[in-house]
Design a protein around this ligand. Structure first.
Ligand code: ZN
Ligand code: ZN
Length: 424
């Protein structure tokens, strides 16, 4: 028989790893709530045109990385490669900006990109993203950056770097583009093949070319060519970040791979991740809402990979709290005792306790081993004698103390423990 395997670039989260995921997700949700972001969930697939228009036809994502297919109704659909266009589509479709002129949303969702597997990149990864739509205030830029940065700090990550840049606006970028082309044209034969093509189509992308990293250091910086409005915006973002205690470094080569960015672009990296060190990034997109059919509205946001968070935590040696432990394991010997155990588990679960029992008729020894393996707080052992008495010995697995408890009083005894452990 053929054995099936997870598709290249995808992976399984097995129960042993789920606690770490749940921990990261709960920190993310708590932090998003602290900043006043509300969750949004959009479908996994969308009309292909949404990404061609929103993400940008010339981007690597649209050119090379999308999972696009035709459904049985002949529609061209694409598995979401990034979160921003679907979120904007949903806000426009539901007139969310008419209800409230400034919307703050976050998402935790899988993204799909046909990445080259040799780079160790995933083809399905999970993103934490956030967007503020409806204001061009630098306060919003600082707030989304602070949300990402403080979430990472809350996860226990250190050695974080915030790279910051401004990519200007439609008023000032064309002149900068010309300056850049004038700078690179005489140096064209020193650039890689991709960049020789990029010089006409998308000269800004030369700045973040990995192959030409050493040859772009003396290139003119966008931040020296900003129009007065963009310069004032950038200055205030920097001042706000200083006030928030978020350290940053200006990186003139940071242009991000998407077409829609205006003004602020940023990326947060970890020194615990090696060469591919980005945890997430984003920027401002003042033209995107209108481009996707909404009334003009500015926006700013980020996307960050949860797998990257977990990898950086592992590399840094950050301890992840254990998942919740079962309150009680009911061990039973014989059919009648097993039936009683099922009844007691049902009663306790009804009161909100986590209970387990053996489902396979295993030996008492095997059951106690299982109770240890799952780290149950209490163990109750039921055999014929206990059935006759209507009481059994409740063993505290932490203190190793035990006492006889009538079945009817079981919940009260567990409750006493839960009251003290819930406070901790
Ligand atoms: Zn400008
Ligand atoms: Zn290049």
């Amino acid at each position: 028989m053929a054995k099936y395997q997870a598709i290249k670039g995808t992976y399984d989260v097995m129960p042993a790893e789920a606690a770490a995921w749940q921990h990261v997700e709960s920190v993310v949700r708590r932090q998003a709530r602290a900043f006043g972001f509300r969750e949004v969930r959009t479908p996994v697939f969308e009309d292909t045109a949404l990404f061609v228009k929103g993400t940008g036809e010339a981007t690597d994502i649209v050119q090379k990385e999308m999972y696009t297919f035709t459904d049985k109704g002949g529609r061209s659909l694409t598995l979401r490669p990034e979160g921003t266009p679907p979120v904007i589509r949903a806000l426009v479709e539901h007139s969310a900006l008419k209800e409230s002129p400034c919307v703050k949303v976050f998402y935790l969702a899988p993204m799909f990109r046909y990445e080259r597997p040799q780079a160790g990149r995933l083809r399905q990864h999970t993103q934490f993203g956030a967007e503020i739509v409806g204001t061009d205030s630098p306060l919003a830029d600082a707030e989304v950056i602070a949300l990402l940065f403080t979430t990472l700090a809350r996860l226990g990550l250190s050695g974080l770097t915030l790279r910051l840049n401004s990519v200007g606006c439609p008023a000032c970028r064309p002149a900068y583009r010309d300056t850049l082309v004038a700078h690179f044209r005489p140096r064209l034969d020193t650039l890689c093949g991709d960049c020789r093509e990029r010089i006409e189509r998308n000269p800004l992308r030369i700045l973040d070319c990995k192959a030409d990293r050493d040859r772009v250091q003396d290139a003119p910086a966008m931040t020296d060519c900003l129009c007065p409005a963009c310069a004032a915006h950038f200055d205030r973002v920097k001042a706000l970040l200083k006030g928030l205690g978020v350290p940053f470094a200006i990186d003139k080569t940071l242009v991000r791979g998407l077409d829609y960015y205006t003004r602020t672009a940023f990326e947060v990296a970890s020194q615990h991740l090696g060469a591919q060190d980005a945890l997430g990034g984003g920027g401002r997109y003042d033209g995107l809402v209108e481009q996707l059919g909404g009334d003009p509205a500015p926006g700013v946001g980020f996307g960050a990979g949860l797998e990257r968070f977990l990898l950086a935590m592992r590399n840094q040696g950050v301890a992840v709290p254990d998942g919740p432990r079962p309150d009680i394991y009911v061990a039973a010997l014989g059919t009648a005792a097993s039936d009683k155990a099922a009844e007691l588990c049902g009663m306790l679960r009804g009161k909100g306790y986590a209970c387990e029992q053996d489902l396979q008729g295993r030996s008492l020894k095997a059951q106690l081993r299982e109770a240890n393996r799952i780290n149950a707080r209490y163990v109750l052992v039921i055999g014929d004698d206990e059935l006759a008495k209507g009481a059994a010995s409740l063993k505290d697995m932490d203190t190793h103390g035990q006492r006889e408890v009538p079945f009817a009083e079981l919940a009260d005894n567990i409750e006493a423990y839960c009251e003290c452990s819930c406070q901790g």
